[in-house]
Write a protein that binds this ligand. Structure first.
Ligand code: NAP
Length: 299
């Protein structure tokens, strides 16, 4: 239970509704801001204004999947009011307060660094990233189906990157009967991809392998599908770039060449907000509980 723990959730999408529900059920004192257009929230969740007083005795401040934008604005789908997290608000937090988010852009990192608050980026954790890769792969499949006129079965697909998202994406395609090429950069990944029945290759040799690909999924967060690579693709190849904005594709060149290239951020929140929210809620409640236990042990 999280009895006595004071938490403020600032903005977000449907995933945060699961977090609110779970924390309320665990008896935390939950305040929320940026949810005024959402009806039927948990009756124990208390709506507050964006006001310094709402920050004064918090144990945890919970921000959305992408904490803030580059100017401190917080994405919120359940309010028309804009929420901007500034230094003044953070300075009102007690020293022990932890700030949780999915991933933090430099604005939030700097703010927490300057004000010495602990920032936890949930998507940096392997467990969360692996669970999150499941709705991501399902969302990417949905896009692939929407944007092609062929089946995944018997298609030639390619996944770039053998990390937490890449592995799930590749296995999902394989399970549907696609012939999957896997771009890796380390020899142990090459061996593992081979063992798993994929067609591995090194990303430095990408150019040699793209010629017959129907579906190209990128998870590498750096420019990798360059103009030079796009030149080698068939006109019918569909690129689905999963890497964080701005992705790893030369989108201008792809468009100029008439290829479909789609940057697809935030898929878990779009295709499976409830599952993705439950996963965040479980992880957050465990982390807050651990923190609470540690603080009590120190007293
Ligand atoms: P990850 O586990 O770190 O995997 C990234 C992969 O890219 C690793 O295999 C890494 O190789 C490889 N890589 C990185 N830089 C490279 C380079 N210069 N050349 C070749 N390979 C390189 O990350 P992840 O959790 O899978 O996430 C991948 C991306 O997807 C991130 O940008 C993440 O934000 C994004 N994402 C998007 C969604 C969505 O809805 N679109 C959902 C979840 C995640 P090494 O293993 O050798 O480091």
């Amino acid at each position: 239970m999280l009895t006595g723990v004071k938490v403020l959730l600032l903005g977000g999408d449907a995933r945060q509704l699961e977090v609110i529900h779970k924390l309320c059920e665990l008896n935390a004192q939950v305040t929320i801001c940026g949810f005024d257009q959402k009806k039927e929230l948990h009756p124990r969740a208390v709506a507050v204004e964006l006001d310094i007083r709402s920050f004064e005795d918090l144990d945890a401040l919970i921000l959305p999947a992408v904490g803030t934008d580059d100017d401190g604005f917080i994405h919120t789908v359940f309010s028309s009011e804009s929420l901007q997290l500034t230094k003044e608000y953070l300075l009102a937090l007690p020293n022990h307060c932890t700030i949780y988010t999915g991933i933090a852009k430099s604005y939030l990192k700097q703010l927490c660094n300057d004000s010495k608050y602990r920032l936890v980026e949930l998507f940096e954790r392997d467990d969360v990233a692996i669970y999150n890769s499941i709705p991501t792969a399902e969302g990417a499949l949905m896009m692939a189906i929407q944007h092609t006129d062929i089946t995944i079965h018997r298609s030639n697909s390619m996944v770039l990157g053998f990390g937490r998202t890449g592995v799930t994406m590749a296995r999902t395609l394989q399970a549907l009967g696609s012939n999957v090429y896997l771009g890796v950069r380390r020899s142990e990944q090459y061996a593992r991809a081979y063992e798993m029945g994929f067609n591995p290759f090194y990303t430095k040799d990408l150019e040699q392998f793209v010629g017959n690909i129907d579906l190209l999924f990128n998870t590498i967060p750096t420019m990798i599908i360059t103009a030079q690579i796009i030149e080698k693709l068939q006109k019918s190849t569909v690129i689905i770039d999963l890497a964080t904005k701005p992705g790893g594709t030369d989108f201008h060149f792809a468009e100029a060449r008439g290829l479909k290239a789609i940057l697809a951020p935030g898929l878990p929140g779009i295709v499976a907000p409830r599952t993705a929210g439950l996963l965040l809620a479980d992880c957050l409640s465990q982390l807050i509980h651990t923190e609470l236990t540690m603080r009590r042990d120190l007293r």
